[in-house]
Design a binder for this molecule. Sequence first.
Ligand code: NAD
Length: 354
Amino acid sequence: MKIAILAGDGIGPEIVAQAVKVLKALARDGLALELEEAPFGGAGVDAHGEPLPEPTLKLARAADAVLCGAVGGPKYDGLPRAQRPEQGILRIRKDLGLFANLRPALMFPELVGASTLKPEVVSGLDVMIIRELTGDIYFGEPRGRRTNARGEREGYDTMVYSEPEIRRIAEVGFSTAMKRGKKLCSVDKENVLETSRFWREIVNDVAKKYPQVALSHLYVDNAAMQLVRAPKQFDVIVTGNMFGDILSDQAAMLTGSIGMLPSASLDAGGKGLYEPSHGSAPDIAGRNIANPLATILSCAMMLRYTFNKDEWAYRIEAAVKQVLAQGYRTADIHEAGTRKIGTREMGEAVVAAL
Ligand code: NAD
């Protein structure tokens, strides 16, 4: 199992180092892992003049899975667009065909107090949001600026989904629901958008293959409302790129801290890029205070979704739960009565719990 390790910028190297400790501990217990590092994002610009250098891309293509930290930072903000670290993320997603973004929002019982919502609304929350990542209005053509018939300037984009694009993301939605609570909610705007009417038709067709999965449909505005009103009604949500962009951030905040949230971006064959849902946090970089748990939990997703090693994924998740139950917290999730520790110490605590 070959894993490309792209630590990136800001807190990236600090948090990825902890995830690597966890992977190496599993390797000592018999998991056949091969890890190789390469510069990415701003680190790629520093080393090779571009955010996704050729040797890094080559490594990512050859690997079975990619573990990323985060990219970006003030040092690179003034660079031309093509050299911006974030372009590295977009390019690697496109090159590897990573069309399915999986973002779980899982509430750990110990962290219920960290949410801005009432404990009874969020305790026990376990939602998986599946966002289509390579289509929709973010990539549709034509797009641009023009002058309309009235002589006014206007900006425009194109919302478009092809049948194969909808089918493959719907398949990911149904098969993920089969591994979980067998409930899938497809989110669209069918009352207004032609693209959404087509989306719903295709999702309903794919549903015929999955009679055990209870499928429902929600308009995106209602879904946004339901996510804060009664989020526990959801098991798996599948939606397009733009609606998913918004809803996955909303769902993330239900759990309180962005430092806890992993993510996976998968291709059609199960290869994936795994990364925390947060950015490179330059404001806290280099101070040993960043929370490495989102990155460590991303490794659990990697073992589950790319390598089909559910029992090993569970070991990581159980270790994280144990560490939280022991009262260890990084600064972002620290509350009175718990023990504040640093990035490295959190990594070591998870390894000890394994
Ligand atoms: P951010 O997620 O980096 O930080 C937002 C806030 O959350 C900050 O206060 C930060 O300190 C805190 N935070 C984030 N991760 C944390 C962790 N693990 N532990 C504790 N606290 C944490 O978002 P931002 O500030 O908007 O962006 C910073 C940089 O990251 C920018 O250059 C942006 O482009 C980049 N970014 C990269 C990715 C990615 O690599 N996929 C995603 C988002 C943003």
